[in-house]
Design a binder for this molecule. Sequence first.
Ligand SMILES: Cc1cc2nc3c(=O)[nH]c(=O)nc-3n(C[C@H](O)[C@H](O)[C@H](O)COP(=O)(O)OP(=O)(O)OC[C@H]3O[C@@H](n4cnc5c(N)ncnc54)[C@H](O)[C@@H]3O)c2cc1C
Length: 575
Amino acid sequence: MEISRRSFLEGAIAAGGTVALGALAGCSPQAASSANATTAAVSTGNAATPSVEDIIIPHTASAKVTDFAGCTFTTDEPAPLDPPASWDKETDVVVAGTGGGLAGAARAAFLGHKVVALDAADTYGGTSKSACLYYTTTGTRCQLAAGLPDVTDKLQAALEKSYPTGEKYPKFIANCLQGIRDLVNWTEDLGMTWEPGWIDGQQKVAITVAPGGTQEGGNSYLMMKVTEDFYDKIFKQYGGEYLFKTPITGLVMDKGKVVGVQATPEGADPIYIKANKGVILATGGMCNNINMLKRYCPDGFETSMVSNAGTYDNGDGIRIGLGAGAQLDGYNIHGHFDGGIEGVGWNHLLYAADIQIARQPWLQMDTMGSMMTYSIAGYEDYGDMIRKMPESKVYSFFDANWEKYCANFVLPMCRNLTKPDMPNQDRWGGLLDNDYRNGVNDAIEQGRIKQGDTPEELAEQLGVDPTLVKNAFKKWNDMVASGDGTAYGYEADWLHPLDTPPYYGQALGVMMYSTRSGLSINENLQVVSESGAVIPGLYAAGMTSGRPGTSPLCGDVGYAATSAFLAANHIDKNA
Ligand SMILES: Cc1cc2nc3c(=O)[nH]c(=O)nc-3n(C[C@H](O)[C@H](O)[C@H](O)COP(=O)(O)OP(=O)(O)OC[C@H]3O[C@@H](n4cnc5c(N)ncnc54)[C@H](O)[C@@H]3O)c2cc1C
């Protein structure tokens, strides 16, 4: 099977398409009861968890979500706090959030600044360590050494096309494209190894890099954990201090300038940390704050079946920044691709076997019985197509021979079925079953994957008109018999007849992996207020910052690290 991963990764770029506190107005930290209210709203955010029926929106993809466990619902935008009578800690830079933010924390520490890094979780890495793709960059040393061209101009042009007009965005894009190259080269100077994306066979990609040695055997799960581990090493080596289980719960401002933060260690009273040079908000996006999604990213909520960004991706930093007077940017923009299924909770792992199998090159049929064109060229494009289908879903069908057929499917990245012989499993830390077959069998047993002894019986289980499924099976089997699936995007060796009961089927939809609606920033990652002026002392990075481009600048995981790195550089030059 010859899949062009190069075209998968480069096609989208070339086409210019998609490549991802309690309201405390005037409250001071001395007002203990109010401060506690602030803390509660940020750290739990679940004062009143609505019922599933109240959350979902009928006739959208959200309608079939079974639960919203771990989600946050508050939309409060806490007003900044006045400086306390005495600070609990004093530092140069506070970085709130240690996913992509950790690159900024490490960089600031490396540049000689005293840094405190806060995280609500009990460890670093956030969603960033889960990412399965690459940093999107070009012209780095490892790419040039591999003979790959520097296509910065092409990237810049394609990205600009996906952003609104205005002087801010071209400068911002240019800074990020330079910044990610600098970040990769900087880490390389410090001992990290990088390699061009997808180096299997002859397919090297001019616009992506991966940590050295992470791509073997098509194992992409937690690929970017290697990068986070490296930032952690540098951060500690240069004297950085972590405070885990200590979410930021407020900004402290003095005469319009951010001068520190309030943070609240788990089970303890709030503490106040003075930040003499700057605060970087990098707490992620809002994939798991349902009411924020409905407010700022409604398309994402209404057309996705799941998100797997993790429960800490709950909008804290964005709400805190909005409370300090920031503008919102990137309204309704989010990262997504096919990778949702019906009948599961909002938080469902992308690598779960029931999602992986639904994404294989089986017959896919829309809700009106038409056969879909299967595509792996540009995840977001395919996800976009499904989002726009009726009810934002298609059906995926296979038969009793799925295991035999799957043995020959080798699709890129998260579509690549998880197998016991995959290398580099140590980085999974036991989080993933290494045999997709277990999960598929469980899902069949639990009825999440529907089955029937005839196409019609299966259709009934899925709630679909039996004639549609019967006709689609016939059309598929005729295509398989012809040996030519190109009209529908199928490689020759993907073609297997649907002829052995039981037949299986699932509704496949969209998975939202990031939100890009967040705090408005200028080209230096400084947060911009509703008046259009910069809020001194305040930076936003990663998914906390808003980006209205539909193309994921640097890749979302690359952008998260790069933006924090750039913020650290700006603090260094301007503090
Ligand atoms: C399975 C999966 C695969 C993905 N694959 C890709 C991919 O291939 N390519 C790509 O570009 N993108 C991918 N993404 C998306 C990408 O990884 C994320 O969008 C990006 O890494 C987010 O970075 P971030 O720094 O904004 O947030 P995070 O990395 O999530 O970091 C935010 C941190 O802030 C912490 N936090 C939250 N609230 C607070 C608070 N109040 N105070 C302090 N800390 C707080 C969190 O615990 C977390 O550690 C994927 C995502 C997932 C889930």
